[in-house]
Design a protein around this ligand. Structure first.
Ligand code: NAG
Ligand code: NAG
Ligand code: NAG
Ligand code: NAG
Length: 502
């Protein structure tokens, strides 16, 4: 059975959140489950069991998660919260003991006996550190798997550290859980604007027909975070920014932006196209890499001031990597994937810069740019040129601007995890990472990751709170990006403004 033909869980369902006392569960998983509950989107009579090593009772657990459950208006939210907590229970237990999982199984059977459902539905959500993934997956398979029911397992990165370790880990998991039972989360695939890429491209012929090497000069996919590792440097140091952001989140965005039109919106049709386009991307070359590490500045500590970071660490907290998609559509267009911590702002966006306007009629008109802002303040805008109103023949840059807050203010933008948990319950794999897709993506990044780990690529440090390493502008410039006018600010082209200038 291909992974896409997985039934939706409709009857009574038990969701087990493993790692329930951790940060991910508290900040993301439970709030997402709460919103689905509040909006009546969970299967009927869903029960949720939090499982972790920490010893506490239901009351202690409810106190721990309650503060993070908010959405909707206050009175409604308070009542919904009480109802929600009633379906959430907590069970402490080890991650590496069959006895503990047998106990969990007993707990689930008890709940199932009370119910009236004909099918048994169990979804295991692993909000766990990677070192216990396979152990827990094994414990669950041996002790909590129902042969004549639906079993699902949801896991989240890191899926290994390079091609080899990823294959090893996925291989271990595969012996236990079938591909159609496995949902690999990349939470970027649950983000509204990332999901919008398919609509934006394939429901707008003028957009998609312009996305090719005839018209596009260069593309940047950027992730910026305004804070550093803030005490968690020791953990971060094992991975670095490329494994944290580019190999998964930004390469997912890249594949949705560059893939060909899928035959349908079915999970396998979409994932076939995504995997195919990534296979056109050769491993990144060292010359296409700029890495950096932030240093103390503006009253903030540097990366190495964190005591948990080794003093000789070459771990990048910033990276700009240029990828080449050698497909007929994209050959020759550089895709610059940039990500960094401790930068000047929080922002994730795609910036497509089109080619220069044909010479002759105009000189120095800026290039068109299509910008898709993924977060914050979701928006899509197209930078284009218009005639400046008045008697002269001059151009002004302006924009077609679709800002969600303004245009779609009545809509609620769901959290990524909400969308993904709902998909997993409904058996829709489209927004989850398939095994071969993961493999292809690791193949692109692994050689430079090894070169960086071996200290072969050493670039420069940058100041906390800056735009990144000094040579970033040169680096991007090398691939053709033209910044038209450093001091150019988006003009407010109100009529008032223009009138004064005639
Ligand atoms: C996003 O919108 C909020 C409120 O409308 C504003 O304060 C903030 O500066 C905006 N952020 C960006 C990056 O535009
Ligand atoms: C688009 O419109 C929003 C809302 O009016 C505004 O905040 C934003 O700056 C505009 N974006 C651009 C690129 O002009
Ligand atoms: C970064 O270092 C690598 C390896 O020394 C080199 O190939 C690359 O050109 C450097 N990048 C920049 C932007 O200096
Ligand atoms: C750049 O933009 C600023 C402000 O809009 C303007 O004063 C300046 O003349 C521009 N420079 C060039 C080289 O176009």
């Amino acid at each position: 059975m291909p992974a896409s033909e997985v039934p939706a869980l409709q009857d009574e369902t038990i969701i087990v959140v493993l790692g329930a006392s951790g940060d991910l569960a508290k900040k993301k998983t439970f709030p997402a489950l709460f919103n689905l509950f509040r909006l009546n989107l969970l299967p009927k009579a869903t029960r949720i069991i939090g499982y972790a090593r920490t010893k506490m009772d239901n009351k202690g657990f409810h106190e721990k998660i309650a503060d993070f459950l908010k959405e909707g208006d206050k009175s409604e939210s308070k009542k919904a919260k009480e109802e929600f907590l009633k379906v959430c229970t907590y069970l402490p237990g080890a991650y590496d003991e069959d006895e503990a999982f047998k106990n969990l199984n007993k707990e689930m059977e008890k709940i199932e006996k009370e119910g009236s459902s004909k099918t048994t539905n169990r979804l295991f959500y692993m909000a766990l550190p990677p070192n216990v993934f396979t152990v827990v997956a094994g414990g669950l398979k041996r002790n909590c798997y129902v042969e004549d029911g639906n079993n699902r397992i949801v896991i989240e990165k890191p899926f290994g550290k390079d091609l080899e370790s990823s294959r090893e880990m996925m291989g271990e998991l595969k012996k236990l859980w079938k591909e159609e039972e496995t949902f690999r989360i990349d939470h970027y695939l649950g983000k509204e604007m990332v999901k919008n890429l398919l609509m934006l491209r394939f429901a707008n012929p003028f957009v998609d027909s312009g996305l090719n090497s005839n018209l596009v000069d260069n593309v940047q996919i950027t992730f910026k975070e305004p804070f550093g590792t803030e005490g968690r440097g020791g953990y971060f140091d094992e991975f670095g920014i490329i494994r944290d952001i580019q190999q998964n989140h930004l390469s997912q965005v890249l594949s949705l932006l560059t893939m060909e039109r899928p035959v349908s919106f079915s999970a396998e049709d979409i994932r076939n196209e995504k995997t195919k386009v990534l296979r056109y991307v050769p491993p990144i070359k060292e010359e296409d890499v700029l890495i950096g590490q932030y240093a103390a500045a503006n009253g903030k500590p540097g990366y190495k001031d964190d005591d948990t970071v080794p003093k000789d660490s070459n771990c990048p907290t910033f990276a700009a990597l240029t990828l080449w998609v050698n497909s007929p559509r994209w050959q020759g267009v550089p895709f610059i994937l940039k990500a960094g911590k401790a930068l000047d702002e929080a922002k994730v966006e795609i910036r497509i810069q089109y080619k220069e306007v044909t010479k002759g009629l105009f000189k120095d008109v800026p290039r068109n740019e299509l910008v898709i802002r993924i977060q914050p303040n979701e928006s899509i805008y197209l930078k284009f040129n218009a005639k400046k109103p008045g008697l002269q023949m001059e151009s002004i840059p302006t924009e077609l601007n679709m800002t969600y807050k303004e245009r779609l203010e009545d809509f609620r933008i769901p959290e990524a995890y909400e969308a993904l948990i709902l998909d997993a319950l409904q058996g829709d794999h489209s927004n989850f990472v398939r095994d071969d897709e993961l493999d292809v993506s690791w193949a692109i990044f692994t050689p430079i990751l090894h070169a960086i780990d071996q200290g072969k690529i050493k670039n420069e440090s940058y100041e906390y709170g800056s735009r990144g390493p000094q040579s970033l502008n040169n680096f991007i410039g090398r691939y053709g990006y033209r910044r038209d006018n450093e001091s150019y600010a988006w003009p407010t082209t109100s009529v008032e403004n223009v009138k004064g200038k005639i």
